[in-house]
Design a protein around this ligand. Sequence first.
Ligand SMILES: Nc1nc2c(ncn2[C@@H]2O[C@H](COP(=O)(O)OP(=O)(O)OP(=O)(O)O)[C@@H](O)[C@H]2O)c(=O)[nH]1
Ligand SMILES: [Mg+2]
Length: 302
Amino acid sequence: MQKFSGFVPIIGAPNAGKSTLLNSILEQNISIVTAKPQTTRNRITGIYTKDNIQIVFVDTPGILDPKYKLQQFMSREIETSVIESDIIILVIDISKYDRENFASLYGKYSKEYKEHKLFCVLNKIDLVRKEQVLMVIKDISENFRVDEIIPVSAFKKFNVDELLKTIIKYLPEGGFYFDSDVVTSQPEKFFVAEIIRQNVLRQYKDEIPFSVYIDIDEFKERESGKDYIRASVIVERDTQKAILIGESGLKIKKLGEHSRKSIEEFLGRPVFLELFVKVRKDWKNDDEFLKKNFNKFGTSVT
Ligand SMILES: Nc1nc2c(ncn2[C@@H]2O[C@H](COP(=O)(O)OP(=O)(O)OP(=O)(O)O)[C@@H](O)[C@H]2O)c(=O)[nH]1
Ligand SMILES: [Mg+2]
């Protein structure tokens, strides 16, 4: 049978709902989601395969002006995923639609990537009235050239099927990039680190979550007994270390318990998780640290 396949990066402002959209399309929690902006740091592949169709979605970090080195690395993740794509999905939070902001995102991706198809996905339509949806569709179609405008609610899984059908219509002919049963190209280790980071984002307030890097020092699968996972929770300053640990170690204990449960759910088997808090001064601006660690778990798409 003739096959169709393509690379489809999902880009957009922080908090627009890109990761929620990926999870909703795949009906699996591949990419972590939180209420905080700048949740996603790496590009994350989510592979949809059905019959003769394969779509390699790539979730990306929210687009912003890099203020520190980590954000420069994050921005590069977006560029890399866009270069070799077939259709770019630009996700907009419709409840925050603003023509000027849209124009600057659009400008970048319509000029540099002329040969790509550009879809505009208006997300979070559950938060606005129908008139607002129609108004935004009108505004975008009158002022910009995009190939498709599709309103969805990634959270409520509304109209996501329609998006999928439309993507399929545009897919070029070509063989599969991955085996049919593969859902992602990241290794288990990556997800384990991300699950711990998601729990940090949810449990701690303010700047702590953004200063955390999770390193998996050991991941031993054991035939008999639980898998053993040792992870470092790396922060930038001693004061953050103290906050993370909490009085009498109560906070880190809670983080460990919650993370263990989510990891067990994800892996489908019991694990023994040990967390160690470490300080690496100002790691978010540390080129050497970032080169060595960012993308260490191989989030490359091919
Ligand atoms: N009401 C509503 N909320 C949504 C929808 N989609 C996502 N959200 C919420 O928006 C917040 C951000 O969602 P994410 O999927 O993490 O957003 P993102 O674009 O991946 O964010 P970054 O990774 O930080 O760039 C979360 O609290 C989601 O639950 C939607 O369709 N409707
Ligand atoms: Mg995200």
